[in-house]
Design a protein around this ligand. Sequence first.
Ligand SMILES: *[C@@H]1O[C@H](CO)[C@@H](O)[C@H](O)[C@H]1NC(C)=O
Ligand SMILES: *[C@@H]1O[C@H](CO)[C@@H](O)[C@H](O)[C@H]1NC(C)=O
Length: 187
Amino acid sequence: MQFKNLILAASAAVTASALPAANTTSTTGESTFGVIAIHSTSAVQYAAFAAAKSSLFAGLAHPNATCARPAEQSATFYINDGALFLYDESATPQEIFVDASGMGQGVIGYTTGAQSAPGERKGWAIDANDHLQFGGKDLIACPNSIDGAWSIWADAGYANPGYNSDCVGIAARVEKTSNPNGCVYTQ
Ligand SMILES: *[C@@H]1O[C@H](CO)[C@@H](O)[C@H](O)[C@H]1NC(C)=O
Ligand SMILES: *[C@@H]1O[C@H](CO)[C@@H](O)[C@H](O)[C@H]1NC(C)=O
């Protein structure tokens, strides 16, 4: 499994470098990206990240986001100064937070507009393998969330956070977008 992941990562890197350099950025200049879950022995493998109901999911069939290109429903992100945002052209930001306390156990949510965050904003980065991480750690996906999707968690030291079971560690592979789809995601 580890070996397969290495090959996958290596071939993804080759593909990315073979593409022409896309210069697409958020309205404030950061590059925009989607995210794909990687865990080769799990059903979550290759499921795209979606944002809905102020949470992040992988493999959610109907996020019901209001998008510039409505048929494309996977989430588009950018990072600004260590904080992770959902991309839209509007001036009302939707911004991710993480509650890594014993209560939150790594729960990921997002706020809309001026709502205050019940957790940490900063700590997001893309590592050398193009994996989105929080606090220098890979993310966690837990099955059997809404509509059969996987819920996405930060690693706060809980292998099965939030009373879930059968969660798996994932590499959250960043896929840079050349033409970001602006969306307002449901609260
Ligand atoms: C991308 O576009 C911005 C704004 O036009 C420019 O400042 C920046 O140098 C460009 N970057 C690349 C890599 O072309
Ligand atoms: C999206 O809308 C459909 C139809 O109303 C519903 O079945 C589904 O649960 C909704 N999805 C979310 C994530 O709210």
